[in-house]
Design a protein around this ligand. Structure first.
Ligand SMILES: NC(=O)c1ccc[n+]([C@@H]2O[C@H](COP(=O)([O-])OP(=O)(O)OC[C@H]3O[C@@H](n4cnc5c(N)ncnc54)[C@H](OP(=O)(O)O)[C@@H]3O)[C@@H](O)[C@H]2O)c1
Length: 264
């Protein structure tokens, strides 16, 4: 018996939708110690599916979504809400199969209804799962799903669905976060720094700040903000300017608006 409650060697995964996040999970699996017997993927997206099949021997493309379900023990839904609402009710999900839904805005009750299956867990992996990093929020708690994703990142089990939406909001900061890195790096480049050095410097800077925060978690973020400022120093100046221009108010507004969208 493996860590997953049954031998992970016997695990057969089926992906409905082979887009960005499904492919990140698959790449993550092959960068981890997980042993998977077979991964069936749908032919959509065609280019991504072809690349994955070519690169990893256990990966096989199957065109028919129902056949993927029938041949797999765990089915992962990597489709958009629109496609989910269109296709899921037309598919048959046998009761003994576990479903992991990555779909952002279809709630658990509706998923159960349209799949006629109660064996469903919602999960929010993010692209750094490729390098086996990052938080993965799952709801409802599930030993099998937790053990699976713990090989690929850090699982946070949430017992309350409404609370799980809050993490969808913070997970939506990815693009805004990278925009901060981009703006900082572009600024350095405009000031004459070589592009590669700017990239290396900025990614290293933000990585070190996050790692420091992770290791000094007992300090709390408020203390880290305070400790990063010398009175009347440079950090204090930038922070105050951003506050004055309502940068953080708008930031919180963005989180609230996503919360409204995913809680509907
Ligand atoms: N990207 C992320 O970081 C992330 C993180 C967590 C959760 N999610 C959620 O995961 C879901 C997928 O996101 P994504 O970013 O991976 O989107 P995506 O790249 O657009 O992938 C969606 C995939 O679904 C495929 N598809 C469309 N119709 C299909 C059908 N009838 N049968 C099978 N596959 C079909 C698309 O294929 P075609 O290209 O051929 O149409 C595409 O490959 C979304 O609900 C999203 O909210 C995403």
């Amino acid at each position: 018996m493996g860590l997953l409650g049954y031998s992970s060697l016997l695990m057969i995964l089926g992906f409905i939708g082979t887009g960005k996040i499904s492919s990140s999970i698959i790449i993550g699996i092959f960068n981890s110690k997980l042993k998977i017997k077979r991964i069936y993927i749908s032919s959509r997206n065609r280019n991504i599916a072809k690349k994955l099949e070519k690169k990893y021997r256990p990966v096989k493309i199957i065109k028919d979504n129902q056949e993927i379900i029938d041949k797999s023990s765990i089915i992962i839904l990597g489709i958009t809400p629109k496609v989910g609402n269109e296709i899921l009710s037309k598919l048959r999900f046998p009761k003994n199969k576990k479903i992991i839904s990555l779909i952002s805005t279809i709630k658990l009750d509706r998923l159960k209804k349209i799949t006629h299956n109660i064996n469903i867990v919602r999960a929010t992996p993010l692209p750094p799962i490729e390098i086996n990093k990052g938080p993965i929020v799952i709801y409802p708690p599930s030993k099998t799903v937790k053990n699976f994703f713990n090989h690929l990142g850090k699982v946070i089990e949430v017992k309350n669905e409404k609370l799980s939406y809050k993490f969808w909001s913070t997970a939506s900061l990815m693009a805004a976060y990278y925009e901060i890195l981009k703006v900082s790096s572009d600024w350095l480049i405009r000031k004459g720094v070589n592009r590669k050095i700017a990239y290396r410097y900025i990614s290293e800077l933000f990585l070190s700040l996050s790692q420091y925060a992770q290791q000094k978690h007992f300090k709390g973020f408020k203390k880290l903000v305070a400790d990063s400022q010398t009175p009347k120093g440079l950090n204090m100046q930038v922070l105050n300017e951003l506050k004055k221009n309502k940068f953080f108010n708008n930031f919180t507004k963005g989180l609230e608006n996503i919360n409204k969208r995913v809680s509907k």
